[in-house]
Design a protein. Structure first.
Length: 285
């Protein structure tokens, strides 16, 4: 589960600045209807990290209302949104001071592997420089153009505990990390009407999945997507034709090539975003 313990911004929220989408309205309904603590639901985590009923010691009961599947599902989702206990592993993201109040923000998403928030490639950091291996130049450029910045941490998925590894709830996979941030931070906490995304490598897959999970609010607020050597597939990741057409209008994929920067690279796939040369033959330069 992601936390933003170092927030220095005000509690200004998106609903004060942006017309609410169905995603945002559903978020509010769920949180207005149910308790805001595990104890309020009648549950707590035991010494083994298992969620158990306070009185009976039994695991979570989904069907509390036999003939009301919609209520049961909402209750389940509301329970999953609760903040982590003090002894539960958490992760983090970075954000600029104005990320929650600025009407335009940039979201940076790294690729897979050992990299963490703020990094593109550790090998470049070690063998070349911070400018080539980290997201610092992107952050400085975005802030210079008047954007707020949010940096995801999609590879931070587990923690070492006494009996091995424990997955981080809400951040157990890169996709779930990004979805958690969008649902619990972007939707309810940011005022941005204009969101740009820079996603490297597997971050492209994460981005497409995020759109599939929150199609309305995502398409409403995202106006530009810069993929860098992304292996995503709009079709194979289950996007509808209208969403694919939207992606083709707002996104571009810079892929590694010996050709000059921004040279158009032909593709036979009419269901993909435009691909152009990154001006480099590999990601290690």
């Amino acid at each position: 589960m992601d936390d933003t313990q170092n927030e220095k911004t005000t509690k200004s929220s998106a609903e004060d600045h942006v017309i609410e989408s169905d995603d945002e309205l559903n978020y509010k309904k769920i949180h207005d209807e149910f308790p805001d603590t595990f104890e309020g639901f009648g549950y707590k985590f035991n010494e083994f990290g298992q969620l158990r009923h306070i009185t009976t010691g039994e695991s979570f009961e989904f069907n509390v209302k036999k003939d009301d599947q919609a209520y049961n599902q909402k209750r389940y989702e509301a329970l999953g949104e609760l903040d982590a206990n003090a002894d539960e592993p958490t992760t983090f993201i970075f954000h600029s001071d104005d990320a929650f109040t600025n009407e335009k923000i940039v979201i940076l998403i790294h690729g897979s592997g050992v990299v963490r928030a703020g990094q593109w490639a550790r090998r470049l950091i070690i063998n070349d420089s911070l400018n080539s291996g980290t997201q610092l130049p992107y952050i400085k450029r975005a802030k210079g153009l008047g954007y707020g910045v949010i940096v995801l941490n999609t590879n931070d998925n587990r923690r070492i505990v006494r009996d091995g590894f424990r997955r981080i709830r809400g951040s157990d996979t890169p996709e779930n990390h990004a979805n958690y941030v969008w649902k619990n931070i972007i939707i309810p906490k940011t005022a941005a009407k204009y969101i740009a995304i820079v996603a490297h490598s597997y971050g492209g897959i994460v981005t497409v999945n995020m759109c599939r999970s929150f199609p309305e609010s995502f398409q409403k607020r995202v106006f530009a997507i810069a993929f860098t050597d992304s292996p995503h597939s709009l079709v194979n990741q289950g996007l509808s034709q209208p969403v694919i057409e939207w992606f083709r209008k707002v996104a571009r994929n810079w892929v590694f090539s010996n050709l000059p920067l921004d040279t158009f690279l032909s593709t036979e796939d009419s269901y993909e975003v435009e691909c152009v040369s990154a001006g480099k033959p590999s990601g290690e330069q």
